[in-house]
Design a protein around this ligand. Structure first.
Ligand SMILES: Nc1ncnc2c1ncn2[C@@H]1O[C@H](COP(=O)(O)OP(=O)(O)OP(=O)(O)O)[C@@H](O)[C@H]1O
Ligand SMILES: [Mg+2]
Length: 232
């Protein structure tokens, strides 16, 4: 589904990603772990086209999308849930959702109905303003909005950041439901314990390089190989 081959990325003169290679198989959840400032968001921005790689390939369903503009990548079936749940605080829940599929192939209210089935709380709060939602509800809205374009693959940048443990569990279950419906997911996360519960495969990034990759079982038995790179 998605494969990065030796991806380099810069912000101006700063060389941030140094040859990142990783893959996400169709219908799987892959986690990208690493401490603050290690290049996780930079990787997401390289994939979605906000800050295209200066070198390397990003293959999405076999097409090298390096250099494609974000709207084209979105139309090809990739969606982003950005870090920090960027919803429109002064718009209602429903307005936030409708904005998510502007400029995309719309099939009347079909998407909206599906999304309300997955997140009933968003239907209950359809007319409320974004700013009046709790942190967990805002995160669900951010995920729901990305789903409005009916993506095949979704990139989620630290969706659990700043949320209480019970909410993290709820959102983790929703992510599992999405995976079971066939969606491929790249999940950026800092907490190895949350990530190992839902991911099929995990990578650790350190200073713009992938320093370890393995299944949750391998992570468990090879702790000495990765524990210096993240908090546990
Ligand atoms: N717009 C930018 N311009 C210049 N440097 C940037 C920019 N955004 C990020 N950086 C730098 O790139 C490096 C990687 O940042 P990035 O945001 O990818 O980290 P991250 O792993 O997502 O961290 P966090 O967990 O805190 O979100 C950092 O050194 C950061 O200071
Ligand atoms: Mg980040």
């Amino acid at each position: 589904m998605l494969r990065l081959n030796e991806v380099h990325a810069h912000y101006g003169e700063s060389h941030i990603l140094h040859g990142v290679s990783m893959k996400v198989e169709k219908g799987s959840v892959v986690a990208l772990l690493g401490r603050n400032g290690m290049g996780k968001t930079t990787t997401i921005h390289a994939i979605i086209g906000f800050n295209p790689p200066t070198k390397g390939e990003i293959l999405f369903n076999g097409t090298n999308i390096n250099g494609f503009p974000p709207n084209k990548i979105s139309r090809m079936g990739m969606a982003l849930v950005p870090q920090g749940r960027r919803i429109f605080r002064s718009l209602t829940v429903k307005e936030n959702l409708i904005l998510g599929f502007r400029n995309n192939k719309i099939k009347d209210n079909h998407n909206l109905e599906r999304i309300y089935e997955l997140f009933p709380v968003l239907q209950e709060r359809a007319k409320q303003l974004g700013r009046n939602l709790s942190g967990g509800e805002q995160q669900m809205l951010a995920i729901a909005r990305a789903l409005m374009t009916e993506p095949e693959m979704i990139l989620m940048d630290e969706p659990f950041e700043g949320l209480a443990p019970t909410i993290i569990k709820d959102i983790g279950l929703k992510i599992e439901e999405l995976k079971n419906s066939g969606l491929s997911i790249l999940l950026v996360e800092q907490n190895i314990h949350f990530a190992a519960k839902i991911a099929d495969y995990l990578y650790i990034m350190n200073k713009g390089e992938i320093v370890y990759g393995g299944t949750p079982e391998q992570f468990h038995s090879e702790e000495d190989q990765w524990k210096r790179f993240i908090e546990i």
